[in-house]
Design a protein around this ligand. Sequence first.
Ligand code: UDX
Length: 450
Amino acid sequence: MNQRNNRRLVLFPVPFQGHINPMLQLAQILHNRGFSITILHTDLNAPDPSSHPHFAFRSIGDGLGQSEVSTSDLVRLMALINARCAAPFEERLREEASSPDTPITCLIVDALFGFTRDVAERAGVRRMVLRTGGATSLRVFARFRLLRERGYLPIEECRLEDPVAEFPPLQVKDLPGINTAEPKQLDQLLSDMIEGLRDSAGVILNTFEDLEQPALSLLRQEYPIAIFPIGPFHKCSSSSSGSLLAEDQSCISWLDKQAPNSVVYVSFGSIAAVSESEYSEIALGLADSQQPFLWVVRPGSVHGSEALEKLPSCFLAALEERGKIVTWAPQQEVLAHRAVGAFWTHNGWNSTLESISEGVPMICMPCFSDQKVNARFVSDVWRVGLHLNNGLERRKIAEAIRKLLVEKEREEVRERAAQLKEKADSCLRQGGSSFRSLDGLANHILASES
Ligand code: UDX
């Protein structure tokens, strides 16, 4: 570990798993570079301090009640979190900033916390932004208004396959739609995010040059600010978990008993949910594939009931013979396991990057937001996965699984995935692009002190 440098960074993650993980990983990376770390957090989904004994944790007391925090309308929830956090965050930041022995060198906030821009300015604290998604989807979000003006949004059924000329190879159906009763709030959140980036002291991205070079170079032209792609974060931070649910380690000993590259790992992240009929179709597809499977069925991930007894008996027989279900997996460890040969994913950015980092080919089933952009890039640009197009259907599911695990064409996808993994590894080695960018980030933070 590097020597301590007596500088303190304050980090503030958005309280969802897909945002907490990369923020805690970034904190660990910067801690390894000698910075002291204070994590500000909401009461909602508060991280477990015992997993990160080197960090100081401070709650900002958001006052959000359990009944208010449904993820069924994420836009509404995110707008509520922004509104409720502004005052307690300002109070806490001023308190932290006035600490005489450890002043704040820099505040690092999630890009979706638009309100922090004015607060940090009033408190006289330098603010950098972490965008937890990819560079490509960030550019799409930044052009949301333009995409509306040009008639791509809201998405119309008859235009789903139309190309989006501004963002090849995206089609209209790949644009990041989010179901919300508050489309104006969505526009506001996105424009606050973009303004917040523009005015920041720099943007940190969990990506790497070889993966998203075109988008990164366009971002640099479009935003006259410092941009630091230093990912994949999880490969250069310690393995401490930021999981909000307990990880079921029994799946690792189960994987130990499976043949190399034989298992399909199925997980749709921390928010996406399926209907009861989709749940049962997934089960039937897994049974029909005849391959071993490890399936994460999170509490609340099925609208209706996730009860096993409701699933068809042919699935229950397959489960007993060659399957395992857990409520939460140690995902990074699972993807790194030699038995895992394919990842059926919703293409959240963390899952996508974790899969790429281990060279595991993907079956893409994007649900909302940036996931659709990520999935198109996985299937059509990086070509390390297959799109599960046009709805969930047991025959197509089984076909996709067998394509990646059994049939001859798996070799080509696997080869490309291995090459991309090598690029992910090499960008973190000494002299690699993310390694150099991290040096640049550390110097940028230190140079900021006046
Ligand atoms: C959300 C959005 O959906 C996603 O599109 C956006 O890019 C980030 O925020 P989420 O849906 O939870 O995140 O997906 P993802 O980004 O993949 O993050 C999930 C995280 O949970 C990953 O780091 C994954 O390793 C972890 N996880 C998931 C586990 O540790 N165990 C599991 O069983 C499932």
